[in-house]
Write a protein of this length. Structure first.
Length: 271
């Protein structure tokens, strides 16, 4: 899995930290998408939890080829580093005019790791229209910790993102992002292939950091999303600051002193 990679830059990495997702539109070639539809329709053999990526999918297999595409490989390396473990994969399908909308949820149990995160790759081999449903996500929700479907009672949130994308789109999600599959109201079968990856190395400066001082980095990390209330949105920015400090190794990074004032514990005694 050490073939050519197109690493993320710092601006795109900061955007992922703020949004909890990264979208690569139409990154998979058309001929691969045709093969992908056939492969997903037939099913992908299971992989044992904890299998290193280079051992999980055979040379020449469709999934191996998908993960070796330069932009996909580069994004994966930037987020979780080399040779992550494959946690699991699954082929999600929705029959034409079938299925109910999933409750809004985060995958698996509540995960409070402040210094590491898993990513989930979602591959869409065909164009997804609004009528086909796709996957709904809530940008910026990934650091608001919940346990599975704690948010399932919410039907819609302001600023939610209902996926509409061209064929061959790959999306990476932070494991904590609130999301849910939508019902399929079209005449076509809908396919989505998901793989969850666990990092095996410290997630620090794994991307192209040549633009680390670009002012747009701080602008991305300071993003606000429509579902935030004015005060509670500060919590999301605070949590992003802490995550960015871990990812960069810069313990002094801050936005408007949000983290500095909270961590301020003077030790000098009064004379």
């Amino acid at each position: 899995m050490e073939k050519r990679q197109e690493l993320l830059d710092s601006v795109r990495m900061a955007r992922f930290v703020a949004r909890g997702s990264l979208r690569l539109d139409a990154v998979v070639p058309a001929e691969m998408n045709s093969e992908g539809l056939a492969v997903l329709a037939e099913g992908v053999p299971p992989v044992r939890y904890g299998t290193p990526l280079s051992e999980a999918y055979p040379e020449g297999s469709f999934v191996r080829g998908l993960l070796e595409l330069p932009q996909v490989a580069g994004a994966l390396h930037s987020l979780v580093g080399p040779e992550p473990w494959v946690d699991h994969h699954f082929v999600h399908t929705r029959e034409p005019h079938g299925g109910d909308a999933q409750p809004l949820h985060a995958d698996a149990i509540i995960d409070v790791r402040p210094d590491a995160f898993d990513v989930q790759l979602m591959y869409f081999p065909q164009a997804v229209t609004l009528e086909m449903g796709g996957t709904l996500t809530v940008p910026g929700s990934h650091l608001r910790r919940i346990n599975e479907s704690d948010t399932g009672r919410y039907q819609n949130l302001r600023g939610q993102d209902r996926l509409v994308c061209p064929a061959g789109t790959v999306v990476f999600l932070h494991h904590g992002l609130w999301h849910g599959g939508r019902r399929n109201d079209s005449d076509a079968m809908r396919y989505m292939f998901k793989i969850r990856f666990n990092p095996r190395v410290r997630q620090q400066r794994l991307w192209n950091t040549s633009d680390i001082d670009d002012p747009q980095v701080a602008a991305e990390l300071d993003s606000m999303f429509p579902w935030y209330e004015a005060a509670t949105g500060r919590l999301e920015r605070y949590n992003r600051i802490l995550l960015w400090r871990v990812l960069t190794g810069d313990d002094d990074f801050d936005l408007d002193h949000w983290a500095t004032r909270v961590s301020n514990r003077p030790e000098e005694a009064q004379a």
